[in-house]
Design a binder for this molecule. Structure first.
Ligand SMILES: Nc1nc2[nH]cnc2c(=O)[nH]1
Length: 374
C-alpha cells in the first residue's frame, strides 16, 4: 500500500513488528524499495495486517466513543471540559504498548530523534488537540445532531487542502471521487438526523457559536492530522511502532493537562459531584461511562495516528469519515432513533462506495510501484 510520499513498510526483526517509513519525503512508490529484498512479500502482508488493525481500532474506538459520549449527555452529563478530558485522559494504558513495541533509539544508530524538537512537536500538537477537542465538544453541546453532522462533513475537504499543501499529497481522480462520496454520505447522515428542536432552549447566539466552533474543529482536526504526518516525516526519526505510541502518549499528556486546567478555571469541577449523583443510571454507571469513553478515545486515536504513520493523514481521515454512517445504526438500536426512510442506509452505501474508491486508488498505486521496481 502506498500513499503519496509517506510510504511505510513493515519490518520484522527478532519476532517483533516494526513499521518503517523513510526519513525524508520520497516520490510515489518509494516503499517498494523494500520489495527488492527477498522477504518483501512477508513484510507486505505484515504491513497490511498492521494497517487492518489500525483501521479496526479507529472504527471500533470512534463508534463506541461517540455512543458513550451521547450516553453521557443523555443521562444528565453536562460538562464540556469533562468530555474534553475524556478524549485524551486514557493515555496511560498505552504505556503497556511500549512493552511490546519498545523504543530502539538507544542503539546509537543515526535514527535518533532530536529531543528538544520532538518535545516541542508534542507540546504544540497537544495544545492544538486540546483546542480541537474543546471546540468539537462545544459544537455538540450547542447544536442539534443534524446540524452538527452536516458541518462535520466539511472535515474531509479541509483534509484534502492541508494534505496537498503540507504533505504534498498527490490527488487522483479516485481520491476526489472518494472524498466527494464520503462528504455526501456524511451530509446524508446529517439530514437523516432529527431536525432542530426549538424547545431545546439554545439561544441564537449560542447556536451561531456552535456553528463556528464545529467548523473550527473540523478545520483544526484536519490540520492536526497533516501536522502529525509532517512531524513523522521530518522530526521523529524513530522508525518503529513506538513512535506512534509516543506521539499518542505525549500529545495526550499535554492535552489532558490543558483540560484539567480548563475544568478548574471554568469552575465546572464544582458541579461534577452533583453530576455524578444525578446521573440517571447511577454513580457506578457514571464512572464506567467516563472510563470506557476514555479507553475508546485512546483506541480511536491510536488507530488514527497509526494510519498517519503507516499510510497518510488523508487516508486516516478517509477511514474515520467513512465509519461515521455506522454510528446512526447503533443510535437506532441503542437510543431507538428513527430510521428516517432509509436515508441512513443510503448514507452507509455511499460511504462504502467512497471507501472502496480510495482503497482501489491504493491498489493501483501499489501495483504501479511494484511494476516500476521489478
Ligand atoms: N474535530 C474533530 N475532532 C475529533 N476528535 C476526535 N475525533 C474527531 C473528529 O472526527 N473531528
Amino acid at each position: 500500500m502506498t500513499d503519496n510520499n509517506n510510504n511505510g513498510a513493515a519490518n520484522a526483526s527478532s519476532g517483533d513488528v516494526q513499521i518503517q517509513i523513510p526519513a525524508a519525503p520520497k516520490a510515489e512508490g518509494a516503499a517498494t524499495q523494500d520489495a527488492e529484498s527477498g522477504s518483501s512479500e512477508a513484510k507486505n502482508w505484515r504491513r497490511w495486517f498492521i494497517v487492518a488493525v489500525d483501521i479496526l481500532f479507529l472504527i471500533v474506538g470512534q463508534t463506541s466513543a461517540s455512543l458513550l459520549g451521547r450516553y453521557y449527555y443523555s443521562q444528565g452529563g453536562n460538562s464540556k471540559w469533562m468530555s474534553t478530558f475524556m478524549q485524551t485522559a486514557g493515555f496511560p494504558i498505552l504505556f503497556f504498548g511500549l512493552f511490546f513495541f519498545p523504543s530502539k533509539s538507544s542503539s546509537g544508530q543515526s535514527d535518533e530523534s532530536p529531543i528538544a524538537k520532538t518535545a516541542l512537536v508534542y507540546i504544540v500538537l497537544g495544545l492544538i488537540i486540546a483546542a480541537d477537542d474543546m471546540m468539537y465538544n462545544s459544537g455538540l453541546h450547542y447544536l442539534p445532531v443534524s446540524t452538527y453532522s452536516l458541518i462535520c462533513a466539511s472535515q474531509l475537504a479541509f483534509s484534502v487542502v492541508f494534505s496537498y499543501v503540507l504533505n504534498s499529497q498527490k490527488l487522483s481522480g479516485l481520491i476526489f471521487n472518494s472524498v466527494i462520496l464520503l462528504t455526501l454520505s456524511d451530509l446524508l447522515v446529517g439530514v437523516s438526523e432529527e431536525p432542530y428542536d426549538e424547545s431545546a432552549g439554545v439561544s441564537r447566539g449560542k447556536y451561531l457559536l456552535g456553528v463556528v466552533l464545529t467548523l473550527g474543529a473540523s478545520c483544526t482536526y484536519s490540520l492536526i492530522l497533516s501536522l502529525m504526518q509532517l512531524a513523522f516525516e521530518n522530526v521523529i526519526k524513530e522508525r518503529t511502532y513506538s513512535a506512534v505510541l509516543n506521539m499518542q502518549i505525549y500529545t495526550s499528556l499535554v492535552a489532558t493537562f490543558v483540560s484539567i486546567i480548563g475544568l478548574f478555571a471554568s469552575g465546572e469541577w464544582k458541579s461534577l459531584k452533583h453530576e455524578m449523583d444525578m446521573f440517571k443510571s447511577g454513580q457506578f454507571s457514571y464512572l464506567m461511562t467516563l472510563v470506557w469513553s476514555s479507553v475508546s478515545w485512546q483506541m480511536a486515536s491510536l488507530g488514527m495516528v497509526g494510519l498517519i504513520f503507516e499510510v497518510s493523514s488523508l487516508f486516516s481521515n478517509v477511514i474515520g469519515t467513512s465509519a461515521i454512517p455506522i454510528i446512526p445504526f447503533f443510535g437506532v438500536m441503542i437510543f431507538h432513533d428513527k430510521m428516517n426512510n432509509g436515508v441512513k442506509i443510503i448514507a452507509m452505501l455511499v460511504s462504502v462506495w467512497g471507501f472502496v474508491s480510495y482503497v482501489y486508488h491504493h491498489y493501483l498505486e501499489d501495483r504501479k510501484a511494484r511494476k516500476a521496481s521489478s
